[in-house]
Ligand binder design. Structure first.
Ligand code: ASP
Ligand code: MG
Length: 411
């Protein structure tokens, strides 16, 4: 159904945290209707309800993730609370409105409980309700398997529901949240950070991956693959947010769109491993099996020991929560390979600059390194992608680094 007037509006947990806020959101939905739109609304669970449900599950089960089916049964109730209250608020405003759980609407997923993928969205109920001019309210974050089991879509999954519905309906989507949009830098570290008016899917994905997560990454990926442009804006301020779209829609090419920091990684080094084929493979194979995600990797150039054995060091970063596990695994490997030592460095930070203009502009890396050098900040690791450059530095320098980079690139 190609209907330009349909619009998907998504409201996050903090926007529907209590009855007053739900009533406010109902008013906001109504204002879209008055502007001539047919709203399809996706909502999250109120406030921290999902976290609270997880906490309760943890009080009953040592590891709730070993009971994934039952966990999804529990986690899906948060969103169900919001849809009914929001629908009632609109009914009180004399609106035609109907709420659906993911189950009822027919959001069909695979069987991967707690992190399910959407396979398809059945459109029958949705189209029927829209045709009859109903405001449609859909519970985010949930679906059902082909045989009717309740599933959830991974934390932050209401964003994914919204993008999937927008893609099905071939319309745009507004993601309302508690921030005015995406910023050129973390405003807590750089006071003069500006809201970004427009950016590409790729830039948003790279900025999210670099530690600035406003939206679920899977949702942004789906938006990119299905070309669903969307806007991230504040629920409570009536102002334009950040518009996110395909690169071809950007009018102006900006070299660096933003700077981000990630304090959630540690640096791991295995020192003095033999310099021969297959060693790096062994190191990383040992981690893959344990579900540990490795981010930046460097290998030093080989040197010789006194006994003339060729050795080198391999360093990489992992999430802070995986540090202990990684150390244990690498210690075992160290003994097997007769390597010198395993070092975990905790107080590091990763700062990154992101911008699609990097594809066509040269000299961006050197400007970044010079800006850091002028502040006396040492770079421990570097990695690049087509549109991102990241440096690992000491954690204590992170504010200084963000400020220096923001100034260097006029952010
Ligand atoms: N309520 C779910 C969560 O907290 C989904 C969402 O809010 O997007 O992860
Ligand atoms: Mg969210």
């Amino acid at each position: 159904m190609k209907n330009r007037k349909v619009i998907v509006l998504k409201f996050g947990g903090s926007s529907v945290a209590n009855v007053e806020k739900i009533r406010f959101v109902a008013g906001k939905i109504l204002s879209f209707k008055r502007k001539g739109f047919k709203p399809v609304v996706v909502v999250s669970a109120p406030g921290d309800m999902t976290d609270e449900l997880v906490a309760e599950a943890e009080r009953i089960a040592k590891n709730p993730l070993s009971h994934k089916r039952e966990l999804d049964m529990l986690l899906s109730i948060g969103e169900q609370k919001t849809i009914s209250l929001l629908a009632m608020a609109l009914l009180e405003m004399k609106q035609k409105v109907i709420s659906f759980t993911g189950h009822q609407l027919g959001i069909i997923t695979d069987r991967n409980f707690t992190n399910a993928r959407i396979r398809r969205v059945s459109t029958r109920k949705l189209f029927e309700a829209l045709k009859r001019n109903y405001i449609v309210i859909v519970a985010g974050f949930q679906g059902k398997t082909e045989d009717g089991e309740i599933t959830t879509l991974g934390r932050g999954g209401s964003d994914l529901t919204a993008v999937a519905l927008a893609s099905t309906l071939k319309v745009g989507c507004k993601i309302f949240t508690d921030v005015p949009g995406i910023f050129t830098a973390n405003p807590r570290l750089y006071k003069k950070a500006k809201k970004i008016d427009i950016m590409s899917f790729e830039e948003m994905l790279e900025m999210a991956g670099a530690g600035a997560g406003v939206m679920q990454a899977r949702a942004v990926e789906l938006a990119k693959n299905q070309d669903v442009s969307f806007e991230v804006a504040s629920t409570f301020a009536n102002r334009a947010g950040t518009f996110v779209c395909g690169e071809d829609e950007l009018l102006e090419e900006i070299v660096v769109r933003g700077v981000t920091e990630d304090l959630d990684q540690v640096k791991v080094s295995i020192v003095g491993v033999p310099d021969r084929p297959g060693i790096a493979a062994k190191v990383f194979e040992s981690l893959t099996g344990e579900d540990i995600c490795v981010d930046m990797i460097i290998q030093s150039s080989a040197r010789r020991t006194k006994k003339s054995r060729a050795i080198n060091d391999i360093s990489f970063t992992v999430k802070r929560q995986d540090a202990e596990k990684t150390k244990k695994i690498l210690e075992t490997l160290r003994r097997r390979l007769n390597a010198k030592e395993v070092i975990i460095k905790e107080n590091i930070a990763k700062v990154s600059i992101v911008g699609s203009g990097m594809r066509t502009h040269s000299g961006v890396a050197s400007r970044m390194f010079s800006a850091l050098a002028r502040k006396g900040i040492n770079i421990e690791m570097i990695s690049t992608s087509e549109i991102k450059i990241s440096c690992v530095i000491e954690k204590k320098n992170v504010k200084k680094a963000v400020e220096a980079l923001a100034k260097e690139f006029n952010l």
